[in-house]
Every structure is written in C-alpha cells, then in structure tokens.
Design a protein around this ligand. Structure first.
Ligand code: FAD
Length: 345
C-alpha cells in the first residue's frame, strides 16, 4: 500500500498564489505540501510568460514572470515546503467533521495525504497537454503515445517520433536522442519556435546522421492494438509517407482545464469556486480557494489579490490546525518571534 503523508495543509497548485500561501502559513507555524501537475513551480507565470514583464506587483516596478517565481521560492525557503510535482490531485474526500475537518487527498501518481485542511490555488485549472487531431490516437495512449516524459528510461532503445516545433519538442529530442534507438523530429515547417541554441544542436545531430528531421504532419497511425508500428504523414505538397516508429511524443502545447476539481463536491460557479471574502473558505469547511480559481463579488484575477487572499485564508487554517491557540497579529518588521521563524533573528 502507498505510504500516507499526514499534514496540516495540502496546497493544490504551485502557482504564485500557492507559493505565497506557504509564506503566510509558515508565519503561523503551519507547514505545507504543494502539488502541481507541471514539472516545475510558478503556474501561469512560469509556464505562459516567464520572460514577460509584470508591472503591477506591489513594490516591484517591473519583474518578469520567472523573476517573480524565483523571488517567491527564495521568500518561502525558511518554511521548507515539500513539492510534489508532475502529479495531479485527483480525489479529495472529507473524512472528518465540520468542526474538525479532515481530508483524504490522492494524486494520480498514487501519493496519499491525510490532511486537516486543503488550500485550492489551482488557477485556471490544471495544465494539460493539447492532443493532436489524429484519428484513433486514443487507442495508443499510455503504451505508444505519450504527451509528457515522466521517466526518460522508459524510452531506451525505442524508435521515437517527436512532433512539434517548440521548446518541449526540441528539449526532448535532444534528451532522448542518446537513449532511444532512433529519434525523428517532425514539424510542419522548417521554422522552430524553440530556443535557437536547441535548434542548432538538433540540426548538428541531423547533419552528422545521428537523428532525422522531417517536415510534415501526422495524419494517421498504423499498428496492432495499442502497439504502434508507423505514423502516416503528409508533407506540404500533399505527398503521403510513413515513418516507422513504436513511440509517438506529440508536443502541441498546454491548455488549462478545470480537471478533477469539478468532482470534489464543491459548489462551482462557471468553473470557479465561490469563496467568502473573510477567510476565502469554500462551501466545504476546511477547504479554501485562493487566486484565479475563486470567485466573489468584485474579484479581480490579479496576482496581488491572490496574495491578500492567502494571508486571510491562513488565519482560518490556523484555527483548524491549532484550535486551542490564540493568534495575535504581528508585523514581520518588529516581531522577534516571526523573525526567528524566518531565520533572521
Ligand atoms: P496559476 O498561476 O494558474 O497556477 C495554478 C497551478 O495549479 C497550475 O500550475 C496548475 O497546473 C495547477 N493545478 C490546477 N489543478 C491542479 C490539480 N488538480 N492538481 C495539481 N495541480 C493543479 N496577473 C497580474 O497580476 N499582473 C500581470 O501583469 C499579469 N499578466 C499576465 C499575462 C499573461 C500572458 C497571463 C496568461 C496572465 C497574466 N496575469 C497577470 C495573471 C496571473 O498570471 C494569474 O492571476 C496568476 O498566475 C494566478 O495565480 P494562481 O496561483 O492562482 O494560479
């Protein structure tokens, strides 16, 4: 059986709001486990606009998406959060009472949490890969077709066809080339959106005969059951050809989908989770919602709103975690007790 992690709070989503919640909870002596389906932290800031400038973070006239994430990671370091990346929270079931809530939270990788509270900071929902419109592709998924690489070793000795022209396609081409039996990269046109350095490395491997690059699109798949034998492709001139392969890795970008959150028994309003504005608690006591995923009168989907929501939610989480302790309001500037927690006093 899987080991069960017992904790005070599980944070669903490691975007900017989930990350800052670690700080506000940490000041109140509450340690957090964060789960994100992405292989990295930072949510939309890191995934959608790492190099774009943000101009409305209080105190930072300008900071890039990734810059903000890096600063948040630095800021929450004293509180040693545990990250569970590459995992989607699938199931959330109440196991306690309204006065003493408890929840069993399970990820698609089999991690199980027994937690007093849950903080949903799931943004626009979980990032999920866009599927290419290839007829019959479903039959091969999980055996021959994969939208993410979880373990590179799984592709040792295989004939891999990678499709796409962005960073994921190029990065996995370069990473799997030494491991796979043969790697072929296919893209619609001879123009890549990926980092120029990766494109150069790929072209060098093609020039020295260590991998193949083909222009075209996959229009069909041929195989037995879930075992792929070849991809049927078409080039810009409309010519059809086949590429023999036992593995297809399409990298067509990510979309945000609400995902399993819809099944957790929470009231929803147009795919958002209504929360009160005093403690940002949902219709289920002990479950909180902060950041882009929540809704209330006047809500603005701004990072600064999510930061404020994290601070208020943390106060109520404290009541559940330490029902007998009183909370006194303190400034980080002048409280030696808070400064000790931050490791600066
Ligand atoms: P997100 O950043 O969306 O992160 C949520 C995370 O939760 C994701 O990583 C997702 O994978 C994960 N997740 C969801 N469901 C699950 C699940 N079931 N299991 C595991 N993980 C899950 N805001 C500003 O304030 N100023 C700006 O200038 C600004 N510019 C922007 C520019 C662009 C191009 C975009 C797209 C957005 C911009 N925003 C801006 C909005 C800002 O990025 C969002 O408000 C912010 O990212 C919300 O943070 P969050 O933590 O709530 O959610």
């Amino acid at each position: 059986a899987d080991e069960i992690i017992t904790t005070d709070v599980v944070i669903v989503g490691a975007g900017p709001c989930g990350l800052f919640a670690v700080f506000e909870l940490g000041l109140l002596d509450i340690r957090a486990h964060l789960v994100d389906i992405l292989p990295k932290v930072g949510g939309q800031c890191a995934e959608l606009y790492p190099e774009k400038p943000i101009y409305d973070i209080p105190g930072f006239p300008v900071v890039t998406g990734q810059g903000l994430v890096d600063n948040l990671i630095e800021q929450i370091k004293p509180f040693g959060p545990t990250f569970h990346l590459n995992q989607m929270i699938q199931a959330l079931e109440p196991t306690g009472t309204a006065e003493a809530p408890r929840f069993r939270v399970v990820t698609d990788a089999g991690t199980v949490f027994d937690t007093k509270t849950v903080l949903i900071a799931a943004g626009g929902g979980s990032f999920q890969p866009k599927k290419p419109p290839i007829p019959g592709i479903d039959a091969y998924e999980g055996k021959s077709v994969f939208y993410a690489v979880r373990k590179m070793e799984a592709f040792r000795g295989r004939d891999v066809l990678i499709v796409g022209g962005g960073d994921s396609a190029l990065d996995w081409t370069l990473n799997l080339q030494p491991i796979a039996r043969r790697v072929t990269l296919m893209h619609r046109r001879d123009d890549f959106r990926a980092a120029p350095h990766s494109v150069e490395q790929m072209r060098a491997l093609v020039a020295s005969g260590q991998m193949d690059m083909k222009l075209g699109q996959v229009t069909g798949l041929r195989g037995e059951g879930s075992t792929l034998e070849a991809a049927i492709c078409r080039d810009a001139a409309g010519e059809t050809f086949e590429i023999a392969c036992d593995t297809l890795l399409p990298f067509f970008g990510l979309t945000m989908k609400l995902g399993p959150i819809a099944d957790w028994g929470l009231n929803l309003n147009e795919n958002l989770i209504p929360a009160d504005t005093e403690k940002f608690e949902t219709s289920t006591p002990g479950i909180f919602a902060i950041g882009d995923i929540n809704t209330y009168p006047g809500k603005l989907k701004l990072i600064l709103s999510g930061f404020h929501e994290a601070a208020l939610a943390a106060q109520k989480v404290h009541r559940y975690v330490y029902p007998d302790k009183r909370l006194t309001f303190q400034y980080t500037t002048s409280s030696t007790s808070l400064q000790k927690k931050l490791g600066v006093a």
